[in-house]
Design a protein around this ligand. Structure first.
Ligand code: F6P
Length: 324
């Protein structure tokens, strides 16, 4: 392997820049060329590449977003799109790809590997932490801190006005952000897709809170929760059933994906970038790098995509006890 291409694809996450930096510098260290591919698979199809060296990635370890930009390419889902991408790869003499993204990115990589037998390694970059084969994805830790900071602020105003707030957080179909940030911000209730406790239990819990003397409350709602109601409908439902509550809704949205990465995410990104490049140099392909018990590990991409990243059941219990 003499030339590696690196891209970020799908929803961006804090730490992606730190991972790009790590890949570029690991390539420089091992004396191979690194090409940055802009806008993920779309840039591969359009031949939007730029050679990068150790100096092109200075002062980006602390930056949110991704300097290579990101996209969810529809064209790469077609055979013609992938053929065009392969043509560009051959023209540029790229020998392998490092793909930084989530399950959609990895699925694209697997299809491409199958069709063209082209070496790929994935780095899990998503705030959702919903990838099997790694305890943490890049950006998750930063997003948790962002959400906790936001909820702390909401708590201030909730308590001044004796209000009940429903706060919707991201996570797609996973409740990791909601559960961890919920416990970390002292939320009274946390609604996650993995554990639908039902609306009756939510009412019960809020009633109990009121009776126990709480004047304000926070309910954290994962965007993928399974109550069958969106966060506004939930708030309306509770308002109807418990009219003494003055209720507001806050949807945190895309601010959860921004910001300077935490130290944890920067270190993780650096380790993952090095592991990705060195794995390719060892002839490995079709794997994702991950962290387990503080060690870098490899998981086959198909398992990373198909497997489930389980929610921490102990944390559910802790949350329950804390909201007494
Ligand atoms: O996967 C990251 C994520 O931020 C999810 O939490 C969210 O459901 C989705 O992306 C939002 O996607 P978009 O940026 O396309 O609105």
């Amino acid at each position: 392997i003499k030339k590696i291409g690196v891209m970020t694809s799908g929803g961006d996450s804090p730490g992606m820049n730190a991972a790009i930096r790590a890949v570029v510098r690991a390539c420089a260290y091992h004396k191979i060329t690194c090409l940055g591919i802009y806008r993920g698979y779309q840039g591969l199809i359009e031949g939007d590449f730029e050679e990068m060296n150790a100096r092109s990635v200075h002062h980006i370890i602390n930056k949110g977003g991704t300097i290579l930009k990101s996209a969810r390419s529809q064209d790469f889902r077609t055979q013609e799109g992938r053929a065009k991408a392969y043509e560009n790869i051959k023209k540029a003499n790229i020998d392998a790809l490092v793909l930084i993204g989530g399950d959609g990115t990895f699925t694209g990589g697997m299809v491409f590997n199958e069709e063209y037998n082209f070496p790929v390694i994935g780095i899990p970059g998503t705030i959702d932490n919903d990838i099997f084969g790694t305890k943490f994805t890049l950006g998750y830790d930063t997003a948790l801190n962002t959400v906790v900071d936001a909820i702390d602020k909401i708590r201030d105003t909730a308590s001044s006005h004796n209000r009940l707030f429903f706060v919707e957080v991201m996570g797609r179909d996973a409740g990791h952000i909601a559960l961890n940030a919920g416990v970390g911000s002292g939320a009274e209730e946390i609604l996650i897709p993995e554990e639908n406790l039902g609306l009756a239990r939510l009412l019960e819990s809020l009633e109990r809170s009121r009776k126990s003397g709480k004047s304000s409350s926070i309910v954290v709602v994962a965007e993928g929760d399974k109550t069958g109601k969106n966060v506004f409908e939930l708030a309306e439902y509770v308002e109807k059933n418990l009219p003494y509550y003055d209720i507001r809704v806050s949807v945190l949205g895309h601010m959860q994906r921004g910001g300077s990465p935490s130290c944890y995410d920067r270190v993780l990104a650096s380790r993952m970038g090095v592991k990705a490049v060195e794995s390719l140099l060892e002839g490995k392909t079709n794997y994702m790098v991950g962290i387990q018990d503080d060690k870098m590990i490899l998981t086959p991409l198909d398992q990373a995509v198909k497997g489930k990243s389980e929610i921490d059941k102990e944390l559910l219990k802790v949350s329950d006890i804390m909201s007494i």
